[in-house]
Design a protein around this ligand. Structure first.
Ligand code: SAH
Length: 294
């Protein structure tokens, strides 16, 4: 029988020579919650959840993760402060400062990793400015761990020696004009785009204009690592239309590159559900590898 939430709320292991960090009153922990699946939370994040007086969380943090907070802890959805739909980043930071000054242990919980397109740096700067002590607890970023749940390795020796993580959204919600798409397209065999759904058509066109083939494989992964995860395999030229036709909704990661082909063999979640691998040699490199090894 598999245990169900919350009766498996995990206990932190004790290890000789390792002490869990002390969460002191008046401190803020800027913490990553991972891409979604509660099992992808780090132990330090779980420890923080167990100790915090207040948890200030983003919309992307799974409710089952929040259910692990210390009983009696205050949970604050940072997206809905004071009835306003979407508070300014400055307001969120000021709120963290107020809560810490009042002597709370404040866990600031964000999806993925707080320092990867998570504005963790902005909040940390605000804390430093206000003289609030803080710790950063990294998380698994969706652009790495979320893709792993879709059976897509973010690097693979036969495909890429580098990867670019890029945002498809700038501070004002526009397609990022500050991104040099030509440089990105030329430099990096694999490009992972966060927050890219709204401007997918423009981004794909810019990458094609910069020399990427319209036929290049693209995957769009929504709700990565969650039971509602969906993956659409498409190409650069057809990505925007296919995503729309399939009704792919954010949060979504878009990955451009031949590493997407590996999913034909490595879609472990699909295989757990009974789908056989579509190919055992998705990159067509097996014969060469055998020859090289002689
Ligand atoms: N700090 C986060 C990113 C925050 S920006 C991280 O490290 O993952 C929010 C964007 O992250 C979303 O628009 C989407 O592009 C991506 N994202 C986060 N969680 C996701 C998930 N479970 N599935 C797909 N995309 C996700």
């Amino acid at each position: 029988m598999t245990a169900k939430f919350p009766d498996i709320a995990p206990r932190l292991p004790a290890a000789e020579g390792h002490d869990w960090p002390e969460f002191r009153p008046g401190w803020v922990w800027l913490t990553g919650a991972g891409p979604g699946d509660p099992g992808l939370l780090t132990l330090n994040a779980l420890h923080g959840l167990r100790e915090a007086d207040v948890v200030v969380h983003d919309a992307l943090v799974d409710p089952r993760i929040l259910s692990w907070a210390r009983p009696g802890a205050r949970l604050i959805h940072s997206g809905k402060r004071g009835g306003k739909a979407s508070p300014k980043q400055r307001d969120i930071t000021l709120h963290l400062v107020e809560l810490a000054r009042a002597g709370n242990r404040v866990l600031r919980l964000k999806g993925g990793d707080p320092f990867v397109f998570g504005r963790g740096g902005e909040e940390a700067l605000g804390l430093v400015e206000a003289g609030i002590p803080f710790r950063v607890v990294p998380g698994i970023s969706s652009g790495v761990g979320g893709l792993a749940h879709a059976g897509i390795p973010v690097t693979h020796r036969d495909v890429n020696q580098s990867v670019t993580f890029v945002t498809g959204h700038d501070k004002r919600g526009l397609a990022p004009v500050t991104v040099d798409w030509e440089a990105v397209a030329k430099a990096s065999p694999v490009v992972v785009i966060y927050m890219g759904m709204k401007h997918l058509g423009e981004i794909a066109a810019a990458m094609i204009a910069a020399g990427r083939a319209g036929s290049e494989p693209v995957a769009i992964v929504t709700d990565a690592s969650l039971p509602t995860q969906r993956v659409l395999e498409t190409s650069l030229a057809t990505a925007a239309a296919d995503a729309e036709a399939a009704g792919m909704q954010p949060p979504a990661l878009i990955v451009v590159g031949r590493n997407v082909l590996l999913r034909q063999a490595l879609d472990w979640a699909g295989q757990m559900a009974g789908e056989p691998p579509r190919s055992l040699d998705p990159l067509g490199t097996r014969a060469q590898d055998d020859a090289a090894e002689g």
